[in-house]
Design a protein around this ligand. Structure first.
Ligand code: PLP
Length: 407
């Protein structure tokens, strides 16, 4: 009798035979009859820890959870072939209209949006230049990106991936002086804008004055939802945002929005095209479409109502612990990024014998497992990544841990 392994070997050599054996062999593939596979819980199978996310939209914690509409879009579109470029073009038109941009494209996250946007600025529509990246030396491509020192906190590697180097400046005068023939881009990081001396509109004006494109990173800076169009309206040439944070799109998706000429040029460095620095930054059709649906849904959300729900959850958690002797609870919303009801809990270690690390570990190792953010002193929490009812669980667990540690 022919065994399964031999059969598979034969099938791959002679694909036509697949049809003959299709019904006899339980091959669970689209080639076989659509036998519905028993549903597997792979998370459980692999022993992966799942947890209540009271921390926030952290990349290491897999960002956010997608809405059913998004997952259904991903599932449904996975059953058909379409041309990758057609998906990007159609979805890009919709996204551009929603965000007041001339043009847009779905990228593999905000980081990839920055790399590709700058690639587009450097190469324009010149295919030879596209293939030369990231080797700028000896070409007539520009090679410098100007950024404020306070903005250069790590994500600028997305820009140096193109071969460019970062020129740091602090004042408007310094920025003006730093501009030269090699300047490709003026890059701005919204979340650090209160730390820099030059503000958004001045940055845009500087670019316009010298005819140099400007880019802004607003990765984690929605809500407010208006930020999706505010910086396009303001005149930034390119705007980059994460899809898998508050917008609850696929974690590996993001948006590059901006001027038509730059988006068109950026796409030359994107899949399906090879011999590009962006070939590895592929976004599949499912996630491109899922991202569009997530964006559409996010814009249509009643954000005021949502805010109230998140505040109520904060009140539930803080209400459970703030009466405990030695505990201080502070509630706030970071203004620039991760703008959501947030609470910080600190305690007098003379009254509560607990280190931040021990508390985090106890919450992590408890049942259910809970993640919070460890701060230099105390912990901080958000409620936007909680599922309904989890606020009560977090409240009870925190109270339990603090009460246990009371001296
Ligand atoms: C998250 C983040 C990024 C990276 O975004 P991805 O969507 O994960 O690629 C870039 N810049 C800032 C400021 C971020 O917070």
């Amino acid at each position: 009798m022919i065994n399964r392994r031999t059969l598979i070997k034969h099938l791959s050599a002679m694909p036509l035979l697949g049809g003959l054996f299709g019904s006899a062999v339980p091959l669970q593939s689209v080639l076989a009859a659509p036998a519905k596979a028993a549903s597997r819980n792979v998370l459980k199978e692999l022993g992966l820890r799942t947890f209540i996310n009271a921390a926030g939209t952290y990349t290491a914690m897999t960002g956010s959870l997608m809405e059913d509409d998004v997952v259904e879009t991903i599932n449904a579109s996975s059953k058909e072939f379409v041309m990758l470029d057609d998906v990007q073009t159609k979805v890009g038109e919709k996204i551009a209209a929603l965000t007041h941009a001339e043009s847009a494209v779905v990228t593999a996250g905000c980081f990839s949006a920055m790399t590709l946007g700058l690639a587009g600025v450097l190469t324009g529509m010149d295919q030879k230049k596209v293939e030369l990246l990231p080797h700028l030396e000896g070409t007539d491509m520009k090679s410098e990106v100007i950024a404020q020192k306070a903005h250069n906190i790590g994500y600028s590697h997305a820009l140096t991936n193109t071969g460019c180097k970062i020129i740091q400046v602090e004042t408007l005068e310094e920025a003006e002086k730093a501009i030269n023939d090699k300047t490709a881009l003026l890059w701005f990081l919204n979340i650090q804008s209160d730390k820099g001396k030059i503000q958004h509109q001045e940055w845009v004006n500087l670019g316009k004055k010298h005819n140099i494109p400007t880019m802004i990173d607003i990765a984690a800076d929605v809500p407010p939802v208006e930020n999706l169009w505010k910086f396009n309206d303001m005149g930034f040439d390119l705007v980059c945002v994460s899809g898998g944070k508050a917008m609850r799109g696929p974690q590996s998706a993001g948006l590059l929005m901006g001027k038509k000429q730059y988006i068109a040029a950026a796409r030359l460095s994107m899949p399906p095209r090879g011999s590009t620095i962006g070939r590895g930054m592929k976004v599949n059709k499912e996630e491109i479409l899922g991202m569009y649906v997530a964006l559409d849904k996010f814009i249509a959300t009643d954000h005021q109502k949502e805010w109230k729900i998140l505040e109520d959850r904060v009140a539930t958690i803080s209400g459970a612990v703030k009466g405990i002797n030695g505990i201080t609870v502070e509630t706030y919303a970071p203004p620039l990024g991760n703008h959501t009801p947030t609470m910080r809990v600190t305690w007098d270690t003379g009254k509560i014998n607990l280190t931040t690390k021990t508390l985090q570990e106890n919450l992590r190792n408890g049942n259910p497992s809970i993640e919070v953010v460890g701060e230099p002193t105390g912990i901080s929490m958000t409620t936007w990544m909680l599922k309904p009812g989890q606020d009560k669980i977090v409240a009870a667990r925190l109270k339990e841990e603090f009460t246990k540690a009371a001296v």
